[in-house]
Design a binder for this molecule. Structure first.
Ligand SMILES: [Zn+2]
Length: 404
């Protein structure tokens, strides 16, 4: 049996350096896996890298024959700390000199055969990615198929194309045979090429469903690309004297950021029992939302409305929607624009050729939609979303067909 050797992580870590780099990483966009796909609770790469290293490398106290005194041990520990401090820097992510030194330390502490790393709930894939970087055999899984897909794209697919030239026609034409392709460079060229091709092609096919929006005068007028259309679901008020189509909105805030406050101001016409929406900015605040955990309130007459009413309207497919605001892409800022009838009508021009057909579980504490008349996965998307998703899915197949 092996004598148990204490690992560095059980004794000490240069936490300050690790924390600093982990925090810094959050503001790095270019080249960071976080830009591959959104994932919540993504672990900082710096922390994963440091923890893996320190879990494999022996603490110097495990080698009294080499480091007989506490002073000698502490000196060696400090040497390992310096290695970690270099290792956790974002700039050194692909620094082979640093990584080779790190891999050598790991081999030294593991008799030349480090154990494989298994992350059974890998999420965004930070741990297996860093394990791979440190030269370790990495295995990962997750219950969530999105996590599995992200991790595959991050650690399984790139190595298959390591050192290979790109295959897209443009790069092939100007392929310089004397150029050698390192790591995922060739794959990256192809991702850029086909990503742009898909984007341009999608714009040709479905761009008309995403009209630009006219900007208000205070933003210099002109037109801007829409980032999001914000909808409110509406339901008929059960008060017989009212009967308004009441919006169900948790919060009317659009942005609560210090000097960029913006919100939707519902304007109620009591006589005609209608509601329209204006976008406000500056000082002030919107009225409270019309739905909370206890139920809803009609914004026109103030009647409290229980969820049971909303559910039964949903079962009759009587839940409607109304456009509350349009979010546009300004220069380095989001611009919130008041909705207009034309913007709301564009959605009706979307006719998906396909939609998912798969029942949602009927009794599930986290799936509320079946009780509101939306029992199928296909019910969870708008027509425009289905058209977009179907188009992108088709384009993936077409891009593949053009290569093989
Ligand atoms: Zn009402």
């Amino acid at each position: 049996m092996h004598e148990y050797r204490k690992k560095l992580i059980e004794v000490a870590l240069p936490l300050e350096a690790i924390n600093k780099e982990a925090a810094r990483e959050k503001s790095i966009r270019h080249g960071h896996p976080s830009t591959l796909h959104l994932w919540w609770a993504r672990r900082p790469l710096a922390a994963c890298r440091a923890v893996l290293f320190a879990s494999l490398v022996d603490d110097p106290s495990s080698h009294p024959e080499q480091f007989p005194t506490e002073e000698a041990q502490e000196q060696e520990r400090q040497r390992l700390f310096r290695i970690i401090e270099e290792l956790v820097k974002w700039e050194n992510s692909n620094n082979e000199t640093v990584l080779e030194a790190v891999r050598a330390e790991i081999l030294k502490s593991t008799n030349g055969s480090p154990p494989p790393v298994l992350d059974p709930f890998c999420g965004g894939g930070s741990i297996p990615l860093e394990a791979q970087r440190l030269g370790l055999e990495a295995h990962a899984s997750d219950l969530n198929p999105v996590a599995v897909l992200i991790t595959k794209a991050l650690i399984e697919i790139p190595p298959k194309f390591a050192g290979k030239p790109p295959v897209n026609p443009e790069s092939r034409k100007k392929l310089d045979h004397s150029k050698s392709w390192h790591g995922a460079q060739g794959l990256a060229e192809d991702v850029r090429y086909y990503g742009k091709w898909m984007r341009d092609e999608a714009e040709k096919r479905i761009g008309h469903l995403y009209p630009k929006v006219k900007l208000p005068k205070e933003y210099g007028g002109g037109e801007a690309t829409v980032i999001a259309w914000l909808w409110a679901r509406t339901v008929k008020c059960p008060n017989p004297a009212c009967g308004a189509q009441m919006p169900l909105v948790r919060s009317f805030w659009l942005s609560t950021k210090g000097n960029k406050k913006a919100w939707v101001e519902p304007v109620v016409d009591k006589k005609n029992k209608t509601v329209r929406f204006e976008v406000k900015t500056g000082n002030g605040e919107p009225p409270a939302g019309t739905v909370n955990r206890r139920g809803a309130t009609c914004i026109v007459c103030g009647t409290p409305v229980p969820f049971s009413h909303i559910r039964s309207e949903g079962m009759e497919h009587l839940i409607m929607e109304d456009l509350m605001a349009v979010v546009a892409q300004g220069q380095r800022q989001r611009i919130y624009v008041e909705p207009n009838h034309a913007q709301a009508e564009f959605v009706k021009n979307a006719h998906p050729s396909w939609k998912p057909d798969c029942s949602l579980p009927k009794r599930h504490r986290n799936l509320q939609t079946p009780a509101y008349g939306m029992p199928n996965v296909g019910d969870l998307f708008t027509s425009r979303q289905l058209v977009a998703l179907t188009t992108f899915s088709d384009l993936v197949c077409e891009a593949r067909g053009s290569v093989f």
